[in-house]
Design a protein around this ligand. Structure first.
Ligand SMILES: NC(=O)c1ccc[n+]([C@@H]2O[C@H](COP(=O)([O-])OP(=O)(O)OC[C@H]3O[C@@H](n4cnc5c(N)ncnc54)[C@H](OP(=O)(O)O)[C@@H]3O)[C@@H](O)[C@H]2O)c1
Length: 328
């Protein structure tokens, strides 16, 4: 039996926005049955409401007016899926100041504004959730926040970028050159036309900054994380690593060494027998060590409309449950 309807305003209807919409369409009835929440998408902000879309949307739902979402008293949760720093950061703050819970997948805007966004959530008594911002469909942030909160986290090592992991896998498995692999990745849609954020490691630094905040309770700006990408990796480097029974992977590391926190993003040689060496192509994984639980590894799809939409929708449902405690 339904206790309350939850109305969501989406900011953005690109890859993740459509994935979130589709995940809700696929599972709406099951979600109602399991949580008692009837979730609907009330309005969707886009740049161009007239553009042809792969999904048909009821008339009047698409808008280019952010205010019509942020000031709509029927909207409970604002989901930011625009990408970039501006206006994403400002709109999230405004939504919380208007008393709305916020969910985002935008690691860049989140990492750049972490303190201000967390403060706005506390000041306004609303929730800020961002599971999809790190490793897409892998529920690593929830795991750290809930089941692993009984631990002191000793180390996190992650493969957090599918584009670069795809490229390094292709170079390793087929002896291909960096430029050739980048071109194929772009043709297959695994790499952006401007791949800088991915190949230079900036995207991973944003994600590591968020992981550090949750796992170690320390705010480290992405620009303060020593970051090296894969653009200098040649097929010769890969071949030399192989001769030592290692694979080169772009690794985000944060480690409590007893005296303090060490962190970096850089290509590392990982021994063939290490679980991270088996993480190939566009897949992501996070290897984590807690002082009570020991070593764990989380593996799955770090991007893509439905895996990322699954994480976004999970956050929406979790928030919805707190708006509507228990079932009728
Ligand atoms: N793609 C993934 O698999 C993935 C995975 C994890 C996290 N993320 C994160 O999720 C976020 C969204 O990524 P995406 O791949 O879905 O992006 P995208 O495909 O480029 O979609 C962006 C959407 O936002 C709208 N938009 C952008 N700027 C706007 C503005 N100023 N005003 C109004 N509408 C605006 C666009 O409108 P139009 O449709 O009219 O152009 C589009 O619908 C990013 O922060 C990304 O880092 C993505």
């Amino acid at each position: 039996m339904i206790k309350k309807q939850i109305v969501v305003g989406l900011l953005g209807f690109g890859n993740v926005g459509t994935g979130t919409y589709q995940a809700l369409e696929m599972n709406r009835e099951a979600i109602k049955e399991q949580s008692g929440l009837d979730i609907s998408i009330g309005k969707i902000l886009v740049r161009d409401p007239q553009k042809d879309r792969s999904i048909s949307i009821p008339p009047g739902v698409l808008t280019d007016d952010a205010g019509s979402i942020l000031n709509d008293p029927t909207i409970d949760i604002v989901v930011e899926l625009l990408g970039g720093l501006h206006p994403a950061g400002e709109l999230m703050l405004q939504a919380m100041n208007n008393g709305k819970h916020v969910v985002t997948a935008n690691k860049a805007a989140l990492a750049a504004n972490f303190k201000a966004l967390e403060k706005a959530a506390i000041d306004n008594g609303v929730q800020l959730r961002y599971e999809a911002s790190v490793a897409g469909g892998i529920p690593i942030l929830n795991a750290i926040r809930t089941a692993l909160c009984s631990n002191q986290i000793l180390e996190i090592k992650g493969i957090l970028n599918g584009t670069t992991n795809y490229m390094l896998t292709q170079m390793t498995d087929h002896g291909l050159a960096y430029d050739d692999v980048l071109k194929t990745a772009q043709e297959k849609g695994f790499a952006e036309a401007d791949p800088t954020d991915d190949v230079e490691g900036y995207d991973v630094a944003n994600k590591l900054s968020i992981l550090i905040a949750l796992a170690f309770g320390t705010i480290v700006s992405p620009k303060d994380i020593p970051t090296k990408g894969i653009s200098g990796i040649t097929k010769e480097f890969i071949g030399e690593a192989k001769s030592r029974n290692n694979k080169i992977k772009l690794i985000a590391t944060a480690r409590n060494n007893g005296a303090g926190l060490e962190y970096r993003v850089e290509p590392e040689e990982i021994p063939f027998h290490h679980p991270l060496a088996g993480v190939n192509n566009e897949f992501n994984a996070i290897f984590i060590e807690g002082n009570a639980v020991g070593e764990l590894m989380f593996y799955g799809r770090g991007a893509g409309p439905l895996p990322t939409g699954s994480a976004v929708l999970g956050d929406i449902i979790d928030i919805g449950k707190t708006i509507v405690p228990g079932r009728v």
